[in-house]
Design a binder for this molecule. Structure first.
Ligand code: IPD
Length: 276
């Protein structure tokens, strides 16, 4: 693990880059955002601004941190020699961005370990910036989390039946059917459910108490890395089910007692099973 000063400097750089990319995507957002490509399914869209934002992040990192690796949602990747890898989502919440809904973010994290394997990497520093709201969450491992520069401590969570729970859906129809079934079974047992559309923002909202919990199946490292660190540094437990590491099968974020209760509920519902 890097020393405190280095982690703070990495956090500040993550914030600087997320703000730069955020300014670009907001300033140059066309009145009608065209879909330039699709990825895993017809609903998994890419816009020109996803690519422009990733290009900006990639070129800045190459200039400023040439020895670090990079993994970007839109396909930019390079190995590094420093042991650090930047994991970036140039627009997390692309569908919201395309529709003009103000919940999307640029997520920039730097991690140690092997980003290709769940549980084999750890975020060192990160930033989630929502250009539409102007809000910026930052964190560095062991140094706490902030929202717009103000230190963040997650409030104590309520009982499960009073919990407002965020979730999200993947892009494959079969996976969505399964996710909808899990959500339908959970809904009568909690206060309500929200599907806001940016996993990175969802994790930060748990950190600042605007959601009591968040869970989702199918997240990638770029959806997760920065928001997970913000949540953890604010005191939120982030894991997979039954003590497993957070990753593709499931990510569950909530304050400790609620986390345990939702872990039991979601385990009972088989929320980390891919398909029936
Ligand atoms: C998506 C968002 C969404 C989540 C999906 C993600 P993208 O990221 O975070 O909230 O439900 O699982 O893929 O595609 O907009 O970068």
């Amino acid at each position: 693990m890097t020393d405190l000063d280095e982690r703070a400097a990495l956090r500040d750089l993550a914030e600087q880059l997320a703000r730069q990319a955020g300014e670009l995507v907001q300033r140059d957002r066309p009145a009608r955002v065209a879909v330039t490509d699709t990825k895993s399914s017809a609903t998994d869209v890419v816009t020109a601004m996803d690519r422009a934002s990733e290009q900006l992040l990639s070129s800045q990192l190459l200039r400023l941190r040439p020895e670090d690796g990079l993994l970007g949602e839109e396909g930019t990747g390079r190995p590094g020699s420093s042991g650090l890898t930047w994991v970036v989502d140039p627009i997390d919440g692309t569908v919201n961005y395309a529709y003009g809904l103000p919940i999307y973010s640029v997520s920039v994290a730097v991690v140690t370990g092997d980003v290709a394997a769940a549980g084999a990497w750890r975020p060192v520093a990160g930033c989630v910036h929502n250009p539409a709201s102007g809000e910026t969450w930052t964190a560095a491992a062991g140094l706490g989390a902030t929202l717009d520069g103000v230190p963040l401590t997650a409030p104590a969570p309520p009982a499960p039946d009073q919990a407002l729970v965020g979730t999200g859906f993947g892009y494959q129809p079969a996976q969505r059917r399964r996710q909808a079934a899990v959500m339908a079974a959970l809904l009568p047992q909690v206060r309500d459910v929200r599907r806001l559309g940016s996993a990175a923002v969802d994790l930060c909202l748990v950190a600042c108490g605007r959601l009591d919990a968040y869970y989702e199946q199918g997240l990638n490292a770029w959806d997760l890395a920065a928001g997970m660190l913000v949540a953890r540094e604010a005191g939120v437990t982030v894991s997979g089910l039954a003590g497993r590491p957070p990753g593709g099968p499931l990510v569950l974020a909530a304050g400790a007692p609620l986390h345990a209760a939702l872990d039991a509920l979601l385990t009972g519902l088989g929320a980390d099973r891919l398909m029936d």
